[in-house]
Write a protein that binds this ligand. Structure first.
Ligand SMILES: CC(C)(COP(=O)(O)OP(=O)(O)OC[C@H]1O[C@@H](n2cnc3c(N)ncnc32)[C@H](O)[C@@H]1OP(=O)(O)O)[C@@H](O)C(=O)NCCC(=O)NCCS
Length: 180
């Protein structure tokens, strides 16, 4: 666990661990806050506590097997950000799939940048095999995220039309890669 100051606030950064099975509600409330704001993420249905517990258990199983790394940021006993990299399987085992979400009131204070950098370093250190490429999917309408990813060396390599239904429209999905 690490304490870091962002905008004068002392924020805890920690790797997901079995202890977090006591914190299912905190993680559930975090993801539901993003769903409630209609954020540009794929999930669009609120999570129940049992669904969230199942999801966390699955992450912990993959973490134990060195197939996933996952970091959470907490402030005032509230989860305010998460990020993870999951190795793909078989002939794509050299690719890590990246995701990140920051709670609405904690954006634009460099927390996303910090977590992105840390999770890539952690993935290189921990995942087996070590990933050679980090890959992500993003809505073509998600300007803040695309800007962040470009700043950290991701390049747009594909645009798949009409992949996501968002606010009554079919939005394109971008695939971005960063070679390590
Ligand atoms: C995308 C997201 C992770 C960015 O996190 P963040 O903590 O706000 O990002 P940072 O404060 O580290 O900003 C880093 C850079 O990203 C870009 N950026 C972030 N938010 C931006 C915004 N609203 N408008 C324009 N650029 C933005 C800027 O280049 C910024 O650098 P700068 O502050 O020096 O200009 C966050 O907005 C988020 O979680 N959004 C909702 C969920 C989501 O879209 N997740 C990504 C799904 S693919």
């Amino acid at each position: 666990m690490k304490l870091k100051i962002f905008n004068g606030r002392e924020i805890k950064i920690k790797e997901l661990s079995r202890k977090d099975l006591r914190n299912v509600r905190k993680f559930r409330d975090f993801i539901n806050s993003l769903i409630d704001e209609n954020a540009q993420i794929l999930m669009n249905k609120r999570f129940s506590l049992s669904e969230e517990r199942k999801w966390l258990e699955e992450q912990l199983r993959k973490i134990k097997n060195r197939k996933t790394v996952f970091l959470a940021a907490e402030y005032n006993n509230t989860v305010i950000g998460t990020t993870g990299i999951d190795l793909l399987i078989g002939r794509q085992s050299h690719i890590g799939n990246f995701g990140i979400t920051i709670r609405k009131d904690y954006r634009r204070i460099s927390l996303g940048s910090y977590l992105l950098d840390k999770i890539i370093k952690l993935a290189k250190k921990v995942l087996k095999p070590q990933p050679k490429i980090i890959r992500l999917n993003v809505f073509s309408t998600n300007k803040p995220a695309i800007k962040l990813y470009k700043k950290y060396g991701f390049k747009i390599v594909a645009k798949i039309p009409k992949q996501i239904e968002f606010k009554g429209k079919l939005v394109n999905q971008l695939i971005m890669l960063r070679e390590l």
